[in-house]
Ligand binder design. Structure first.
Ligand code: ANZ
Ligand code: ZN
Length: 829
């Protein structure tokens, strides 16, 4: 008998699928579209990582399941090859990123072919391909035109190792997301995208999308909506007129309208109930009143501000300096020193904080360090307790707070607000932690920002007809020590003419964050290659609205949870913007998103430094892609990840061998066997439900049970029984199932993926039950739930096992048994 040799069949079927276009829907005419998206990989030259294969297989099984269910499956693939990650790798091995991309591309696509996924190969895209990034630039221009892309001088995150700025999302607790270097602060003019315009919508819409809960939660926390109060604190210093007119600070009456004062500093607080506990005011060194010179601060304080902006030292230690100014607490007219400190963020709330050291830990630490007063205004209420050397942050009972004493602090929150609102010095305020998205990168390997600077006309966007602004092949692509991109040294690139006045002008030389490339790639699959087929081609970047309508939003998206607040948030923002521009019909790009788990290796995370990264190639060569696919999915629930261990692969390989033999050996009896029918229907139900819920490991277990039952029956079953096994197994092990399917047809037939997913009959699965009444000498002594249609001996056994019945009979002889089927049994003793 012919043996199972995956190496002999896998390539053959991969070619067959491509040639017969089984997995390439006609994007224009498909009737029953299903867009199954998986996160496209960064191609490093080491090739496809087993972790990629893990994610892609899990996504592909779902896609193939939909395909056999009759959908027109669209499962595209491409490469996210622009960006620091790819460039760093090129730098490391001393190759030019543009040359390297050609090599990695070839290798990656070869590997991607070998895993047996249903990719629609004619629609593949690469983000570094000019035909792709022409659209990224177009997208930037749409954002610019609509006021969502703007330039701003701002303190930014600078990675000294990557030699570029990073977005807030790429700064993980003060460290670079990629290289973990300590992030420095720089003051630079950069391009930002106004994602904050959508803060509320990004939050609200989370309720209407079907996404993994942990990703939704991460987004919610990142957006960080905070409801609180704005309050104005009047400020004075020794030289201001206001101060001179004051005899003593206590003469300052709260009836003086604060508008009449020279200055007020507005603070944002979520704990207005603690206002009587304020002992200082803390403001950011870049507070607008300092920047514009309005506040007359001491020379020492000026020096502190200067140093703060010059130094890129870390902010982990709180530092600060007294400004020379005082603020008056509008609630009790107390005079409080104003401090300038690095722990107040310029960009959150108002950039100023009322310091309540007794009830805010950060303020507490600061007060301890600089010997500032600490005044308790909330008394702990059980179960909360005050801990030594800590601020008491929980709610409690109001003390030292004038007329509010004795109230619960939760209640005081509302009352104090009302009181201050009445005096016109406070108002309710909503703020968000989400910051605008900084997209400028001072690197070479990225999409050039399509902007021109002209001495006459200022900032001029590149006209759409001139796209793409091509990234030139330059010798010196290494990041510079300055805060400029290497393109700033390439006069051939940056020297240009102003599109408006035609005079000499200069191109923007920074490139876009690679997350801009990937923020729209799900659209790219439908647009980039389609556009090349349009008559209007490169003219004005047209897309086929019907294709977009047909396929989007994406039906199912699967990827890593590490992109929760990066890619997944940016893509949502871009979709919302395009929707508002009237360019697309949806404002959420991914109807359903599921995060997969992490694949580890023998208990440890796979990483280059540990040298334990696995590439699938050798395993595929040895066992075939089908075995590796199933092995990976059998490791555990897909959303939990798994532990890759070489030794257990063989078990799956043997299973596929048994399936092979089963098909090749069986002489099929025409008549169905009821025992097998039942397991078959149970298997259809279980596998269908499990795939729908991405519980691939338990689906595989069930398939094993079913195969085992068939093997035990040694060929004594109907051909339908084995066909069902192949159909259910096909999403997991596509090649072997295609091979065996074709073998069973006896003639060349269409692909197994063009067949129908089997249906189960609930009647057959359901074990029908009834309540058996057990009598002794005609009196009911027990009732038991049991299966219908059992024979008398089985029922008798069940009845006699009842503890109650045992007691009644207790060693006596049963003289007679009366049995009424599916109803009762009566023992005469
Ligand atoms: C006084 C206070 C007393 C505060 C107290 C807390 C507890 P969330 O919830 O994250 O919005 N804050 C306001 N602006 C800030 C800035 N620019 N930089 C650093 N901290 C700032 O946090 C709101 C709280 O963070 C505000 O409420 C303020 O401190 C601080 F017992 O005001 B709170
Ligand atoms: Zn000009």
């Amino acid at each position: 008998m012919e043996k199972y040799k995956p190496q002999r069949i896998e390539k053959k079927w991969q070619k067959f699928w491509i040639k017969s276009k089984v997995f390439e829907p006609n994007l224009k005419t498909a009737k029953n579209p299903f867009y199954n998206l998986m996160m496209f990989p960064y191609p490093s030259a080491e090739g496809l990582h087993i972790g990629n294969m893990y994610a892609f297989t899990g996504s592909d099984i779902y896609g193939k399941f939909k395909k056999i269910q009759g959908y027109d499956l669209f499962e595209p693939m491409g490469l996210d090859g622009f960006g620091i990650h790819s460039e760093n790798f090129a730098l490391k091995i001393g190759k030019h990123p543009m040359d390297l991309s050609k090599i990695t591309e070839k290798n990656f696509y070869k590997q991607l072919h070998s895993i047996g996924n249903s990719f629609s190969w004619s629609d593949k895209i690469e983000t570094y391909n000019p035909k792709y990034y022409k659209w990224t630039q177009w997208l930037f221009l749409q954002l610019y035109k609509n006021g969502l892309a703007y330039q701003k001088e701002a303190p930014v995150n600078w990675c000294p190792k990557c030699k570029t700025v990073l977005s807030d999302e790429q700064s993980i607790q003060g460290e670079c997301e990629r290289c973990s270097s300590k992030i420095q602060k720089k003051f630079l003019k950069q391009w930002f995208l106004k994602i904050t315009k959508y803060s509320e919508k990004l939050l609200e819409n989370l309720d209407k999308i079907d996404w993994s809960e942990k990703v939704k939660l991460a987004q919610k926390n990142w957006i960080g909506k905070s409801e609180g109060t704005l309050i104005k604190f009047p400020i004075y210093n020794s030289s201001s007129d206001f101060y001179k007119n004051l005899i003593s600070p206590s003469r300052y009456s709260s009836n003086i309208a604060t508008d009449n004062l020279q200055f007020t500093i507005e603070v944002f607080t979520t704990r207005i109930d603690t206002i009587f506990g304020v002992t200082f005011l803390a403001i950011s060194p870049n507070h607008k009143l300092i920047k514009n010179g309005a506040l007359e601060i001491s020379n020492e304080a000026k020096k502190y501000v200067e140093d703060f902006n010059k130094n890129s030292d870390d902010d982990s230690e709180k530092t600060g300096i007294f400004s020379g100014l005082y603020a008056i607490n509008p609630a009790n007219q107390n005079k409080n020193p104003v401090w300038i400190t690095n722990y107040v963020l310029e960009t959150y709330g108002t950039g100023a904080v009322m310091g309540v050291p007794a009830h805010d830990q950060r303020d507490f630490e600061f007060a301890k360090k600089y010997n500032l007063a600490i005044k308790e205004v909330i008394f702990p209420r059980p179960p909360f307790k005050k801990e030594v050397n800590k601020a008491f942050e929980a709610p409690g009972i109001m003390i030292n707070s004038g007329e509010f004493n004795g109230l619960r602090s939760e209640e005081a929150l509302i009352k104090v607000l009302k009181f201050l609102q009445g005096k016109n010095i406070a108002e309710k305020f909503l703020t968000y932690h989400l910051r605008d998205w900084l997209i400028s990168r001072q690197r070479y390997w990225g999409t050039p920002i399509p902007i021109i600077y002209c001495k006459n006309c200022g900032v001029v966007p590149v006209p759409e007809k001139d796209l793409p602004v091509k990234l030139p092949y330059v010798k010196n692509f290494k990041p510079l020590e300055t805060d400029k991109s290497p393109l700033a040294n390439e006069s051939k690139f940056y020297k240009t003419r102003c599109p408006k006045c035609k005079r000499e002008a200069r191109r923007e030389t920074d490139v876009c964050d690679t997350f801009l490339d990937s923020s729209w790639y799900y659209l790219g699959y439908l647009v980039v290659n389609q556009n090349l087929k349009l008559k209007t081609k490169n003219e004005n970047l047209k897309w086929d609205k019907n294709v977009i309508k047909k396929w989007l939003p994406v039906n199912m998206y699967i990827g890593g949870a590490e992109h929760s607040v990066l890619h997944l948030m940016y893509s949502r923002f871009i979709a919302m913007a395009l929707y508002d521009f009237g360019l697309i019909h949806f404002d959420e790009p991914f109807k359903k998103f599921r995060a997969h788990g992490l694949l580890i290796r023998e208990g440890a995370k796979m990483s280059k430094s540990k040298g334990n990264i696995v590439t699938p190639d050798d395993y595929i060569k040895k066992y075939g892609a089908d075995t590796i696919r199933m092995y990976l999915m059998f490791l555990g629930p897909f959303d939990q990840g798994g532990n890759f261990q070489d030794k257990s692969i063989l078990g799956i390989y043997r299973f596929l061998n048994r399936v092979w033999q089963l098909v090749k050996n069986s002489k099929f009896e025409i008549k169905a066997n009821t025992e097998i029918e039942k397991i078959m229907h149970q298997t259809i139900q279980k596998v269908s439900d499990d795939i729908e819920n991405l519980k691939y490991n338990t689906a595989i277990s069930q398939l094993m049970i079913y195969q085992n039952q068939l093997s035990i029956n040694n060929g004594q079953f109907a051909i339908e029984n084995i066909k069902v096994l192949l159909l259910l197994l096909a999403p997991f092990a596509p090649h072997i199932c295609e091979q065996l399917w074709q073998f069973l047809q006896n003639k060349k037939s269409r692909s197994i993926f063009q067949e129908k997913w089997p249906k189960y009959d609930p009647e057959i699965i359901e074990e029908k039950k009834f309540t058996l009444i057990i009598q002794i000498n005609g009196k009911v002594r027990d009732q038991i739930e049991t299966n219908l249609n059992l024979q008398e001996p089985q029922i008798k056994k069940i009845a006699l096992e009842s503890e109650k019945i045992k007691k009644w009979i207790a060693g006596q002889q049963i003289k007679k048994t009366i049995y009424i089927k599916n109803k009762l049994i009566n023992f005469v003793i």
